[in-house]
Design a protein around this ligand. Structure first.
Ligand SMILES: [Zn+2]
Length: 338
């Protein structure tokens, strides 16, 4: 019986070679594989066989059936491809290719960088894996200084010193000043890393856009004017408010608030009824940091600012959840065509 099944396969494959159209393929398929077809007829004899002969017949039959099914499908495909044009309508519009677009974070960074380059700023980037010297020490945050606790840091070695994931892009400013002399104006966009519990407004991985200006006679009013121009370029005619703050690498340090985009200062849930939104930190570069940049603080002064990109993108587009921005979810991202 084994040989009969094998013969059936061989003769069917041979017959398929000589068919002329899809209808003939259909007819042959029914004749061979149909419920009352030749294969079924062969298999109906299994119960009459001696037990020793039955073994293996089932497996062989299903293999043959699979092989023939593929052959029939292939033959049908061949004919529908050559003879059957009924499905093709040349007046149908083509399939539009899916064209990518910038991620909202990337688009925001590009637009912001463009703004600062029109003010004369250069653009720099640097390594995401940093040494503690650049991420902390040279920024006036020595080891064991309590200010290090302000940044929850991913250390890459068990001794918790030396090599780490940068917690801000400030190290790039130090590196930039190693190869540039003042006057220097530079913005540094880049990804930074914090060992934090994530929630709707915190992620362990986000983007910053930091800026540094070093020149003669730079004052805090220059900083405030620059930031006001940036916020109004990004958000339209908003008001700005300055509060004193502490960052180890600036003196004095400030935090910048912007009038609430939702309620325009009246008070709402987004601004916690204050009418103001915290936007970014900034300040005049600390003399110790200037010295670490080999800049003479008696001759030059400087200001620096750090913009949390995701926070700005969330405010700009009314996005309630920061983690959406790194989710890679197309349903979310396709809302932001630029
Ligand atoms: Zn508000």
């Amino acid at each position: 019986m084994t040989s009969e099944i094998e013969q059936l396969q061989a003769s069917t494959l041979d017959a398929l070679q000589h068919l002329q159209d899809a209808a003939a393929v259909d007819a042959l398929e029914i004749n061979i594989l149909g419920r009352k077809g030749k294969l079924a007829a062969l298999l109906s004899r299994i119960p009459t066989l001696p037990p020793a002969e039955r073994a293996g017949i089932g497996t062989l039959a299903s293999e043959v059936k699979q092989t023939l099914q593929l052959a029939f499908n292939g033959a049908r495909g061949k004919f529908s491809g050559t003879n059957d044009h009924s499905h093709f309508d040349p007046t149908w519009p083509g399939v539009a290719p899916s064209i990518g677009h910038l991620h909202p974070v990337t688009a925001f960074v590009e637009r912001s960088v463009q703004f600062f380059t029109t003010l004369g700023y250069a653009v720099a980037d640097g390594p995401e894996v940093e040494t503690a010297a650049y991420n902390f020490d040279k920024l006036n945050i020595p080891a064991n200084h309590p200010a290090r606790d302000l940044w929850d840091t991913y250390y890459l070695n068990p001794e918790r010193d030396g090599i780490l994931m940068r917690t801000h892009t400030s190290p790039v400013q130090l590196r930039y000043m190693e190869t540039h002399k003042p006057p220097a104006y530079v913005v540094v966009p880049g990804r930074v890393f914090r060992h934090e519990a994530t929630d709707a407004s915190h992620d362990t991985n986000f983007s910053m856009l930091e800026g540094l200006a070093i020149d003669r006679d730079l004052h805090i009013t220059d900083l405030i004017g620059t930031l006001k121009a940036f916020l109004q370029h990004t958000f339209g005619p908003v008001k700005m408010r300055i509060r004193p703050s502490y960052f180890p690498f600036v003196e004095p340090g400030i935090e910048v608030d912007m009038s609430c985009l939702i309620c325009h200062g009246k008070g709402c849930s987004v601004c916690k009824q204050t009418g103001w939104l915290e936007m970014l930190g900034a300040g005049m570069v600390h003399p110790v940091v200037l010295k670490n940049m080999k800049v003479d603080p008696k001759k030059y002064s400087g200001f620096a600012f750090g913009i949390g990109v995701e926070r700005m993108v969330m405010l700009l587009h009314g996005i309630p959840e920061v983690r959406l921005l790194l989710s890679g979810d197309q349903r979310f991202l396709e809302q932001f065509h630029y």
